[in-house]
Design a protein around this ligand. Structure first.
Ligand code: ADP
Ligand code: 5GP
Length: 212
């Protein structure tokens, strides 16, 4: 087996940010550029927003269904955010990792802490910051998805969410979008090469050394 094609274990690329900083925009662009990267679709008890699709943006479930899934251990992590419940379905993520594929996971700081505790070596966490307070507010308004009241709430929550930046492996300030996407792509590329993630290195090196 040539060295460049060594099998590897997949990783979880976890993205968090205050709402409106650009996480979904960056995630979408990265998914288009990377073949071996798949999006984890979360479950949520919040109702769909206009334009959101079942199974593409979220799996929309009731609170009873959510409670059942938590009890059955079907969620890799779960948390209450903005008075709704959210969780990451376990099975699909684990299948991708076993197949040596990476999974992009968009969750808040509470979920990231849980994943870090349960699977530290499989998790690479990235916090995305806006370039300024005003720009964050501007982006929320430009997105046109939320009422003034909701935007006020999101801005109030942003400061809380941002206080968790030191818990992350990497931080990207999302000013110029193309640079942010490239930075995230570089992180992924380097982390894929990490020694501990590359299965079969032992045999590979031994096979070269034994030719001597
Ligand atoms: P999040 O997923 O973090 O809530 P979005 O990806 O929905 O944020 O982005 C919020 C808004 O900001 C969208 O209208 C998006 O097009 C815009 N946006 C994202 N990144 C940038 C950027 N670097 N410069 C300017 N606008 C951006
Ligand atoms: P929204 O309702 O705006 O789509 O998401 C609100 C927040 O919930 C975002 O910060 C998003 O990252 C977070 N979120 C979405 N899915 C999950 C999930 O499965 N688990 C956790 N912990 N947070 C999630």
């Amino acid at each position: 087996m040539p060295g460049s094609k060594l099998h590897r274990r997949g990783l979880m690329l976890v993205l968090s940010s205050p709402s409106g900083a650009g996480k979904s925009t960056i995630a979408r662009a990265l998914l288009e550029r990377e073949d071996e990267l798949f999006m984890s679709i979360s479950m949520t008890t919040r109702p769909p927003r206009p334009g959101e699709k079942e199974g593409r943006d979220y799996f929309f479930i009731t609170e009873d269904e959510y409670t059942q899934k938590v009890e059955n251990g079907e969620l890799l992590e779960h948390a209450r955010v903005f008075s709704n419940y959210y969780g990451t379905p376990r099975t699909l993520v684990e299948q991708h990792l076993m197949a040596g594929e990476d999974v992009l996971i968009d969750i808040d700081w509470q979920g990231t802490q849980q994943l870090r505790d349960s699977a530290r070596y499989d998790v690479i966490s990235i916090f995305i910051l806006p370039p300024s307070y005003d720009e964050l507010e501007q982006r929320l308004m430009m997105r046109g998805q939320d009422s003034e009241e909701v935007i006020r709430k999101r801005m109030a929550k942003a400061s809380d969410e941002m206080s968790h930046w030191p818990e992350y492996d990497y931080v990207i300030v999302n000013d110029v979008i193309e640079e942010s996407i490239e930075n995230l792509q570089s992180i992924l590329k380097a982390e894929r090469l990490r020694r501990t993630r590359r299965l079969g290195l032992d045999e590979f090196v031994n096979s070269i050394r034994s030719r001597n």
